[in-house]
Design a protein around this ligand. Structure first.
Ligand SMILES: [Zn+2]
Length: 290
């Protein structure tokens, strides 16, 4: 059994994440030596109308919008990384997610089998991201997540219904069990987990320990922002998401991901259906970010 390992914070320079002047994690590898990956958005369902005030801070409720439900795949020469794992059928029904597809089935559109997946990164523990995170779907995967996200959910979150909104008890218990079994790599801060793939912690934002993933690609640094950026509109208007623990930290996360990505056009939002127009290939519910 693999030992439980915490990934320590790499360099002091990255500790400015909570300030507006974010510095990137210094790669341990030279820029030329960094491997390049492909980043795909994988659609797993749609909602016809979602409350805009959840998505944009202080937005008008008259502007409710259709919403995408998606997770992401990072593909390299020797790694297949699934970022978040969608939700299960029960939650899809409860939330009226139309056209729901289970994550291990959805990746078949990329020609991938569940056993090809080497790693699962969880951006946060909300049900639409971690509820389908059953590692039995991906039997060879190591699970990566922020230590603070799991610690909060397993301790204070369990005692505070307000703080744990969107987090399900069974997901937390399953991840605690996986951690005891040595299947979880806990990231403590921000760290380059593989050459060219860096997880950045944004504490007390959308959740207690949400993270974004910066990925080296042929187009530059792509940032899978997950729910730190719900829609392109959050970035275009520099207006924070509507749901979070600390709205100012949510705003600072927008500023930070804008600096992390090679361009604003390479920031991948968590729930925007127009991603399939911006990145129309290969199509069929899959978008390659480039
Ligand atoms: Zn979400």
């Amino acid at each position: 059994m693999r030992g439980i390992k915490s990934i320590s914070i790499l360099a002091s320079a990255l500790l400015v994440l909570t300030s507006l002047a974010i510095s990137s994690v210094q790669s341990a590898y030279g820029a030329e030596a960094l491997p390049q990956y492909q980043v795909y958005i994988v659609h797993y369902g749609t909602s016809d109308s979602y409350p805009m005030p959840y998505l944009m801070y202080l937005a008008s409720a008259e502007k409710n919008v259709p919403m995408d439900w998606a997770f992401w795949v990072i593909k390299g020469d020797d790694r297949v990384i699934v970022v978040d794992t969608g939700c299960n059928e029960q939650m899809a029904k409860q939330w009226n997610v139309k056209g729901w597809v289970r994550s291990d089935h959805a990746i078949k559109k990329l020609g991938l089998k569940p056993e090809d997946v080497t790693d699962v990164i969880l951006t946060h523990l909300h049900w639409d991201h971690a509820n389908n995170g059953n590692i039995e779907y991906f039997p060879n995967a190591t699970i990566w997540m922020q230590k603070s996200e799991l610690a909060f959910a397993a301790t204070e979150g369990g005692q505070n219904p307000q703080a744990r909104i969107g987090i399900l008890k069974e997901d937390v218990l399953r991840l605690v069990r996986y951690n005891w079994e040595g299947r979880v790599q806990l990231i403590d801060g921000s760290a380059e987990i593989y050459p060219g793939i860096t997880c950045y912690l944004f504490p007390r934002t959308h959740t207690f320990g949400s993270q974004a993933i910066a990925v080296n690609t042929a187009s530059g640094t792509v940032v899978v922002a997950s729910d730190l950026v719900y829609r392109f509109e959050n970035i275009e208007k520099m207006t924070g998401i509507g749901t979070g623990l600390d709205m100012y930290e949510c705003y600072k996360a927008l500023v930070a991901v804008t600096k992390m990505a090679s361009s604003k056009d390479l920031i991948v939002p968590g729930h925007d259906l127009s991603v399939y127009e911006r990145w129309p290939t290969p199509g069929g519910g899959i978008a390659e970010v480039k």
